[in-house]
Design a protein around this ligand. Structure first.
Ligand code: HEC
Ligand code: HEC
Length: 283
């Protein structure tokens, strides 16, 4: 089904450039071409086309989100797309799971020898909610990622230019965007790069912290790892410092991308394509 589905969907999207926030579903069995599908049928057809598993439970995912942000986001990124730890959107452990049957056991044990801690103190219910949050991220990425079957430069550059002037220029000078397209190998990478700027490629975007111990000693640097119990920072000289947090050290964290990530939450699909089309002209 995959190959035929891809072609059908590419054709459907080719005729229907993205003009709304959710992509139109491919026509599949059950919804004959020409017959008008309800939004639910279209959503279901899209799930089938994308080969997605069980539908994520949105309420469980909403409960799982803060748990993920507290316990996992530092290593895996706020949207599970990766940070110091791997991205989880394409992880076998996640894709091989439906509603936590597999992930709960994995998360309880972790892989401590590889840097993935176990979460034995979290309850099965909490871990199921975290699993659901991960499935929802997979689904959201799959929805957007689906566009790459087409040329992703489907937006309107003039509209993108106006959008950047109205929504990005408050935080960015023209310098951020000068020759931006030439810094990426393809429009896909440009789009990923402006939406999720890479901390790995730009050390200035790293999360940093200043930690003050109860005795008044202070260390500051790039955050390598943080949990409820301990924070590890690397100072300017490259020295690692691990500070226990249980005795009440004060931690002041700075995430240079926090404001940018807030902005991304308000970005619709059409705006996204328009901005990419505009930035693609800035060679
Ligand atoms: C201290 C950093 C750290 C924290 C915190 C952390 N992880 Fe991980 N995680 C890792 C690393 C590193 C790996 C890769 C381990 C390996 O190479 O096998 C990993 C692997 C995984 C995998 C398997 C990925 C695969 O490729 O199959 C999953 C799923 C996962 N983590 C989920 C979570 C969840 C959910 C949480 C929070 C409850 C969490 N992790 C917290 C560092 C972390
Ligand atoms: C509320 C403030 C804010 C808004 C609005 C915002 N950004 Fe950002 N963005 C930031 C911050 C802060 C950074 C990280 C520091 C930096 O590079 O300026 C960043 C980083 C970036 C980077 C990476 C720069 C680099 O050097 O790696 C790109 C590209 C970018 N933003 C594009 C955009 C685009 C396009 C828009 C509008 C659609 C936008 N931003 C809107 C705050 C914002």
């Amino acid at each position: 089904m995959v190959a035929a589905g891809l072609i059908a969907a590419a054709a459907a999207w080719a005729q229907d450039p993205v003009t709304e926030d959710r992509p139109k579903a491919a026509q599949t069995e059950g919804v004959a071409p020409g017959q008008s599908a309800s939004p639910d049928q279209r959503a279901e057809a899209l799930r089938t086309f994308l080969g997605l598993g069980a539908r994520p439970d949105k309420e469980a995912a909403a409960r799982g989100e803060p748990l993920f942000q507290q316990n996992c986001a530092f290593c895996h990124g706020p949207k599970a797309r990766g940070a110091t730890g791997p991205g989880l959107i394409t992880a076998d452990e996640v894709l091989g799971d439906d509603h936590g049957e597999h992930l709960v056991g994995f998360l309880k044990k972790g892989r401590p020898q590889k840097g993935m801690p176990g979460f034995a103190t979290m309850t099965d219910e909490q871990l199921k909610d975290v699993a659901e949050f991960l499935h929802l991220q997979v689904e959201m990425v799959a929805n957007r990622g689906a566009y790459h079957v087409l040329n992703i430069v489907v937006g309107d550059a003039a509209r993108g230019k106006a959008y950047v002037a109205a929504h990005c220029a408050g935080c960015h000078s023209a310098e951020t965007f000068a020759h931006i397209a030439s810094r990426f190998r393809s429009p896909e990478q440009l789009q990923r790069g402006w939406i999720w700027p890479s901390r790995a490629q730009n050390p200035a975007l790293a999360v940093t912290a200043t930690v003050t111990t109860p005795e008044g000693a202070r260390v500051a640097g790039r955050v390598m790892q943080v949990s409820d119990f301990q924070i590890t920072v690397v100072d300017e000289a490259g020295q690692k410092h691990a500070v226990a947090l249980e005795r009440g050290a004060q931690v002041e964290m700075k995430d240079p991308l926090a404001a940018h990530e807030e902005m991304i939450k308000t970005l619709g699909n059409r705006d996204m394509h328009d901005v990419t089309a505009y930035l693609e002209t800035l060679q």
